[in-house]
Every structure is written in C-alpha cells, then in structure tokens.
Design a protein around this ligand. Structure first.
Ligand SMILES: Nc1nc2c(ncn2[C@@H]2O[C@H](COP(=O)(O)OP(=O)(O)OP(=O)(O)O)[C@@H](O)[C@H]2O)c(=O)[nH]1
Ligand SMILES: [Zn+2]
Length: 224
C-alpha cells in the first residue's frame, strides 16, 4: 500500500506532511516512531480532532504524541467498565454493631457524558448494617468503579446505591455526591463555584426522618 493509500484508509481526515515518512513503506506518525498505521484507531480519532482545530498544526512537536495521551486519559476516565463488583466486594459479620457507619469525603472523578468534560467532587455514604459490614476501602472502590464511566451525576448516585444495596443489604443507606461540572463552570453558562448535590436514600434512612437527619449530620461534620 502506498503512503497516500494508507493515509486515506487509516487517517481519512489527516493530511500527511513530507516529514511523516520515517521508514520504507510504513506510515509512521510524526514524533511517534513506534506507532504504525495499524495503531489504535482511537489515536487517529483524536488526531482528527486536532486537525479540526482552526489555527493548530497536529504535527507540531507538542501535539505529535497528544492523540495517544488523550486516548490513554479517556481510558483512565472509563476504566470502571472493566471492574467486576463480584470480585471487589468483601463483607464481614458486624459482630453486633447495628449503628450507622458513615464514610465521607471519598474523592470522585467522573466524565460528563454530554460533553466528555470532567465532573469532580466527593461522595459520602452512610449505612446501617443488617448483620454485615463492608470493608471501608470497598466503599471508595465502588464510588470509583461507577465514577470512571461516562455519567450523569444522578445515575452515578443511583448506581453506587444499587451496588451497595445488592452486596451489603443494609437496613438503611444514604449516598450523597457533591460535584463541580466543568461543562457548567468553565464553558457554556460559565457559573464558577456552582456545585450539584444528589442523594439516593434507601430503607430506614429513607423512612425515618430522624435517622436521615443523623446521616446528613454525620456527613456534614467537618474533620479537624
Ligand atoms: N442533570 C444533569 N445534567 C447534566 C449533567 N452533566 C451535564 N449536564 C447538563 O446536560 C445539559 C446538556 O444540555 P444541551 O442543551 O444538550 O447541551 P449544551 O448546549 O452544551 O448546554 P449548555 O451546557 O447549557 O451550554 C446541560 O444543561 C448540562 O449542564 C449531570 O450530571 N446531570
Ligand atoms: Zn457536561
């Protein structure tokens, strides 16, 4: 296949410059000596995005490796699809503990499914055991598993609650997320400082007003 044919086939929106050929017969991307024309198709997708930015040159040194980096960044933001909750969850006998457990300020990094821009914040989880307790780190892992997907905050909140309910079957549960959506603060309406709070509430924490107030109060307490 000629260089031009390869370019047309693998990079339809990419204009090859004379310096792009580094090896005989192979299309090797500028600045990326190991990448061939058959490389990850998502790299070429990001390359097309760069080519579409008016005033930019996707072949300049600083951008040559950007398609690979951007694809890897998207991988990081979507790695939650690969995690199997069956392998993740560990519960233990509660040894008679039947009061509320609250894990708060769990960091959360997610990707808005509308704009592919991050939303960033914290998750808080309160639950009342019904004979079983969960390893505390698993709460943070469940949050990360569902956050590292393309999300809206409301669905993320429900998915975290559903998973904890399924594997732990607590007597009561509250999941609260507070996040800043970059699509709302740095673009679009550009309302800096805006955060969104969502909750999912189940069982006794939903039914009993005082128990719900106890959970909200535990989450609201500031660490020293
Ligand atoms: N409910 C909800 N809305 C979200 C979330 N993330 C982003 N959005 C909103 O999704 C909406 C998409 O609206 P559109 O009108 O289709 O997109 P747009 O033209 O980019 O809208 P603007 O952001 O208002 O410029 C926007 O109002 C976003 O603020 C989320 O997690 N939950
Ligand atoms: Zn958005």
């Amino acid at each position: 296949m000629t260089r031009e044919q390869k370019t047309a086939k693998y990079y339809p929106n990419y204009t090859l410059s004379p310096g792009a050929m580094k090896k005989d017969g192979d299309l090797v991307l500028i600045g990326h000596p190991n990448e061939t024309a058959t490389a990850n198709p998502r790299h070429s997708a990001f390359r097309s995005i760069l080519a579409g930015i008016t005033g930019e040159d996707p072949e300049r040194e600083g951008l040559a490796d950007t398609p690979r980096r951007a694809a890897e960044a998207i991988d990081e933001f979507t790695r939650g699809y690969e995690i199997d909750l069956n392998d993740l969850f560990r519960t233990f006998d509660s040894a008679g503990y039947d009061e509320m457990v609250t894990v708060r300020n769990v960091p959360l990094y997610s990707l808005c499914e509308h704009h592919l821009l991050p939303f960033i914040g914290t998750a808080h989880v309160s639950y009342i055991p019904d004979g079983r307790i969960v390893g505390l780190s698993k709460i943070a892992r469940v949050v990360d598993t569902f956050a590292r997907r393309l999300q809206v905050q409301e669905r993320l909140t429900i998915e975290i609650a559903d998973a904890i309910e399924k594997y732990l079957t607590p007597a009561g549960l509250l999941v609260m997320i507070e996040a800043e959506h970059l699509c709302m603060t740095v673009r679009g309406v550009q309302a800096p400082g805006t955060t969104t709070i969502t909750t999912a509430v189940r069982g006794r924490i939903r039914e009993q007003q005082t128990t719900r107030a106890e959970a909200v109060s535990a989450i609201g307490m500031r660490s020293q």
